[in-house]
Design a protein around this ligand. Structure first.
Ligand SMILES: CC(C)[C@H](C(=O)O)[C@@H](O)C(=O)O
Ligand code: SF4
Length: 426
């Protein structure tokens, strides 16, 4: 696609493809969208907006129903009459328009989209959810948009963008035992701050990133938005290829979708060889401390799940660390696999029985308490530890509660003791 020899970032390449001409960071483009995703919270307003845009048109059809995905994850199974009505409305819209609709609770959108093969390297993907940046783990430019922008995408398949500058995180080293990609991303966010990557495309590279399996890459891309990133991209490689070959039958790896050497970016370098497990403390995701500084904080609830860390691999870490030990008295351990597929893997591995016997509770795939909208909420003065991605005041329930964020390993160690615990000490 590059028409001259100037090195380009992966974002510039993707926007050049999407705009049909070579574009550079800082330029405004009207871009063709490859895939659009919406869910039960933001979908209804997008549908209303779509009909508003189409009000004078005789045929009120979306631009391409095969490129839109609608799913239900935030309030499932319907937890209120309002949610049930929203689901009815979205099911009807999807049916009338012929849109792909996972309407029987397939799981959290950001797990289901890659899992079902809806994203590939070089794609421009939009979703009406801020953690849409998660699909950057597959080498796509993927970003969250609002419901009204989604309405415009439904109608036209296009959207205006300013091509973002790139902020590149080069992370080298071998992860110490019991330290995971969640610790890397919390460390990066703590370092650059909640605004450190504002309107920039974050790119993660280096030996510590390329050696991560896909499940852990997803965690890192997912949290780009927590430092203000517009996207969180990891260049596609053999790991990406293997993941996609299982899901997209005709997928062929294309080495073009990477940042060229010498492309313009703001560079940040890290060595994580001695990284401690990290914890984000109330009430901001960038309030990050090594676990040793918050050890001993008493917990009321631990939530293992969400689009950030609700995959089989995450839950397996918890199962293995807990072994036959029970959940500590006085703490509630809530485990929610991120999708039906991940749930089935957890089930077949025998972990659900193990967790239930240990005194934990395993729920069906959904966002759960992550956003404080559904079940499993924290009350006044309660303290929770979660493997999710946000800990703002009131995020998991009461504005008088406190949420810490960690890796599944730290969550498991803490479930055994009832207080924030360094997994290296278990
Ligand atoms: C409901 C949705 C708009 C929201 C988001 O955009 O991220 C939610 O998924 C979250 O994690 O806060
Ligand atoms: S699991 Fe949490 S972060 Fe992910 S989409 Fe659901 S509410 Fe948002």
């Amino acid at each position: 696609m590059s028409t001259n020899n100037e090195p380009m970032t992966i974002s510039e390449k993707i926007f050049s493809k999407a705009a049909g001409k070579t574009v550079k960071a800082g330029e405004f483009v009207l871009a063709n969208i490859d895939r659009a995703m919406t869910h039960d919270i933001t979908g209804p307003l997008a549908v209303e907006g779509f009909y508003e845009i189409m009000r004078d048109k005789e045929e009120k059809k979306v631009w391409d129903p095969s490129k839109i995905v609608i799913l239900f994850d935030h309030q499932v199974p319907a937890d209120s009459l309002n949610a049930a009505q929203n689901h009815i409305m979205l099911r009807k819209f999807a049916k009338e328009q012929g849109i792909i609709n996972y309407d029987v609770y397939e799981g959290v959108c950001h797990q289901v989209m890659p899992e079902k093969g809806h994203v590939k390297p070089g794609d421009l993907v939009v979703g009406s959810d801020s953690h849409t940046c998660a699909y950057g783990s597959l080498g796509a430019f993927s970003t969250g948009i609002g419901s009204t922008d989604m309405a415009a995408v439904f109608a036209s398949g296009k959207l205006w963008f300013k091509v973002p500058e790139t902020i590149r995180f080069e992370v080298e080293g071998k992860l110490p035992k019991h330290v995971y990609s969640k610790d890397i991303i919390l460390h990066l966010i703590g370092d650059v701050g909640a605004e450190g990557a504002r309107y920039k495309a974050a790119e993660y590279a280096g030996s510590a990133i390329s050696s991560l399996p896909m499940s852990e890459r997803m965690t890192i891309s997912n949290m780009a938005i927590e430092m203000g990133g517009k996207a969180g991209i990891i260049e596609a490689d053999a790991v990406t290829e293997a993941y996609l070959k299982e899901r997209i039958p005709d997928y062929e790896f294309d080495p073009y979708w990477k940042s060229d050497e010498g492309a313009d970016c703001e560079l940040h370098k890290y060595d994580i060889s001695n990284l401690e497990p990290q914890v984000a403390c109330p009430h901001n995701v960038d309030n990050v401390k090594p676990v040793t500084e918050v050890e001993g904080t008493k917990l009321d609830q631990i939530f293992v799940g969400s689009c950030t860390n609700g995959r089989f691999e995450d839950i397996e870490v918890v199962a293995k660390m807990m072994g036959d030990e029970p959940v500590a008295k006085g703490v509630r351990l809530l485990i929610i696999p991120a999708s039906r597929t991940e749930y089935m893997k957890v089930l077949r591995a025998g972990y659900i029985e193990q967790f239930m016997e240990a005194g934990a509770i395993v729920e069906a795939p959904c966002c759960g308490p992550c956003m404080g909208g559904s079940f499993g909420l924290l009350g006044d003065g309660e303290v929770g530890l979660a493997t999710s991605n946000r800990n703002f005041k009131g995020r998991e329930g009461s504005p008088q509660s406190f949420v810490y964020l960690s890796s599944p390993a730290t969550a498991a160690a803490s479930a055994l003791t009832g207080e924030i615990t360094d997994p290296r000490k278990i």
